[in-house]
Design a protein around this ligand. Structure first.
Ligand SMILES: [Zn+2]
Length: 182
């Protein structure tokens, strides 16, 4: 059993902007347990990212990690601010643990700057690009009540996983694993 239940599309938590977490609260057992539970829940669900609203918690917190390739170590990001590094947008496939089974092409910035706090309350400031930038933007959106369907420019690429696998990406396993599911 996952540590927390992932809420699905239609649950109001997914459409409610999350509140910033007071830095003094980060060390509280309740928040540290929430972080541990979110990491466990993400792993159980075979996702690469999970935001607090997806487990019904309205705080600005997300976690992400990917076995890869490309491998991404575990990140815990609190009160994030995201700054695009280039204006261009690139399209790639995304899914979401709160919208099970659907895939769609979503435009995202190819590189972003991430600022925020880690689980010890230390300042974070780093650049991400490619797949990691996509995951970060997807999770960041969850903190603002935005889901990947809202970002799609053309719903015609929307597909169920089985059909997507059969018709849209062929049998390339690497492409499957690179799909962002958060
Ligand atoms: Zn998601």
């Amino acid at each position: 059993m996952p540590a927390r239940t992932i809420v699905r599309l239609g649950h109001p938590a997914l459409r409610t902007p999350a509140q910033p977490l007071g830095p003094s609260r980060i060390a509280e057992p309740e928040i540290q347990s929430l972080i541990d539970d979110m990491v466990e829940t993400m792993h159980e669900a075979h996702g690469v990212g999970l935001a607090a609203p997806q487990v019904g918690e309205g705080v600005q917190l997300f976690v992400y990690q990917a076995a890869g390739p490309p491998e991404i170590p575990l990140h815990v990001v609190i009160n994030p601010m995201i700054t695009p590094q280039v204006r261009e947008l690139v399209y790639d496939w995304e899914g979401c643990l709160s919208i099970p089974d659907l895939r769609g092409l979503v435009p995202r910035h190819p590189a972003v700057r991430v600022q925020g706090l880690d689980r010890e309350g230390r300042q974070l400031d780093y650049l991400v690009s490619g797949f990691e930038a996509r995951v970060v933007q997807h999770e960041f959106d969850h903190l603002n009540g935005v889901i990947f369907l809202d970002r799609m420019r053309d719903l015609r690429s929307l597909a169920y996983f089985e059909e997507w696998e059969a018709y849209l990406v062929g049998r390339s396993h690497q492409e499957l694993e690179e799909t962002a599911v958060g």
